[in-house]
Each structure stands twice: as C-alpha cells, then as structure tokens.
Design a protein around this ligand. Structure first.
Ligand code: SF4
Ligand code: SF4
Length: 93
C-alpha cells in the first residue's frame, strides 16, 4: 500500500528529505509523486507518515484508500464551509 500526492501539492520540497524510504519522486518538471512500491507508509520507522506530518497543504497527500490525511480545515482550522463561502465572496467581486 502507498500514499499518493495530489495536484494540490505546491512543490515545496518539505516531504522528500523526511521520507525514510526515499519513496518521494520529483519529475524533471518539478512535480512530486510517491513511488508505490517504495512507500512503506512509514511502517516500522515512524508512528505517522512523515510526508503527511510535514506537508503544509491540506489535501495534498492521500492515504492508501484515497482519503486526504490532512483534510480541509485540519491545518488551518478554517471550517471548509467558511472557506468555500469566502472563496465565493471573493469570486463575486
Ligand atoms: S508514507 Fe512514509 S514511506 Fe511513504 S512516502 Fe510518506 S514518508 Fe515516505
Ligand atoms: S510537503 Fe506537501 S506540498 Fe510540499 S512537496 Fe510534499 S506533498 Fe507537495
């Protein structure tokens, strides 16, 4: 099983150095992904997936089931519905 990186990723490089399995890949274009066969989900090395623990972006890293490890609001504390309302208000300006 493996985690995965979504298009929400901002290519900040925070995750790559903390991966104990050298499973985080960077394409020539600078896009990040996780090697499915190399990722161990940090089993046996850390209590939590290190990439997701350090990632500053909500929704950028999914668990093996496809659910965001840092879902909307988990890092910012902003309730998702409040953020959506703010985005709509800004878009309407
Ligand atoms: S879960 Fe662990 S092993 Fe897998 S990519 Fe993230 S840091 Fe690397
Ligand atoms: S820490 Fe998160 S945002 Fe930064 S490169 Fe890794 S997946 Fe992308």
């Amino acid at each position: 099983m493996s985690l995965s990186i979504t298009s929400e990723c901002i290519n900040c490089w925070a995750c790559a150095p903390v991966c104990p399995s050298t499973a985080i890949l960077v394409s020539p274009e600078g896009l990040f992904s996780i090697g499915a066969t190399a990722c161990t989900e940090c089993d046996g090395a850390h209590a939590d997936p290190q990439c997701a623990s350090i990632c500053p972006v909500e929704g950028a890293i999914l668990d093996a089931a496809g659910a965001p490890i840092n879902p909307p609001g988990s890092l910012t504390g902003i309730p998702p519905e409040k953020l959506q309302a703010a985005r709509e208000e800004i878009a309407a300006r």
